[in-house]
Ligand binder design. Structure first.
Ligand code: SF4
Length: 227
């Protein structure tokens, strides 16, 4: 499979211009937990950036819809690896600047892409705790180059540390399962994201891929596509 074929098959990758690497997005409207949270005032999904602004431009919407409909194509893993591996910025990859894990098969395929791109560090934020738990408990591997961050569900909420601590005890978790929060009226817990002090850009920061501390992103109604 060449890169053109791969791109057509998965709907291409995403470039946010804020991140130091390529990313990948599917429609936020398809988020299973997010769909419930978005209507709850004070939740981390309330006012979701991916449901408004430039995320609603027709071209981008169509691309995310195409990606969603391609998720269970038998060649999806091969196509994603074909797109990620040769990139100049392939030392890092960020999953889901919009959207979230759709199920166990989807999560398994993402982990397989990470396993097949061992020179790339992958970061995936998620609110889909049940899928992650089922995946880990089934004995499937979280590769050593994968950094999963489970988000607190409410702004100023505590990191779901107990939940991730239990999962990190499994031998099949070779990578790392960490946490993230959004602070609004309280101080950041752990490591505060610095992008908002540098024009919404990561620049040299790679904390989301490296730290075992909780990462806290400041709440802002005009947050850019980082968390
Ligand atoms: S902590 Fe913020 S600036 Fe640093 S890598 Fe994560 S999103 Fe980017």
């Amino acid at each position: 499979m060449n890169r053109t074929e791969a791109s057509e098959l998965v709907g291409g990758l995403t470039s946010t211009s804020k991140m130091p690497c390529a990313s990948y997005s599917i429609p936020a409207q398809a988020c299973k937990t997010g769909k419930k949270l978005v209507g709850i005032k004070g939740s981390v999904c309330h006012g979701c950036y991916a449901l408004k602004g430039f995320y609603q431009f027709p071209q981008g919407k169509k691309a995310r819809d195409n990606r969603l409909s391609s998720l269970y194509n038998i060649k999806w893993v091969e196509a994603m690896v074909t797109l990620i591996k040769p990139r100049k910025d392939s030392a890092y990859f960020r999953w889901h600047d919009s959207g979230d894990v759709q199920g166990i098969i989807h999560l398994s395929n993402i982990m397989e892409v990470a396993r097949l791109t061992p020179n790339c560090d992958h970061w995936i934020p998620t609110r889909e705790n049940a899928f992650l738990k089922a995946y880990v408990e089934s004995g499937k591997i979280i590769p050593k180059n994968m950094y999963v961050r489970v988000s607190a569900l409410m702004r100023d909420g505590k990191p779901p540390k107990k939940f991730v601590d239990k999962l990190n005890k499994y031998d099949n978790v070779e990578g790392f399962i960490g946490t993230s929060t959004i602070h609004h009226k309280k101080e950041a817990i752990g490591s505060g994201c610095i992008a908002y002090n540098q024009d919404g850009e990561c620049r040299d920061c790679r904390t989301c891929w490296t730290t075992e501390e909780n990462i806290s992103y400041p709440f802002h109604t005009k947050r850019k596509a980082l968390l």
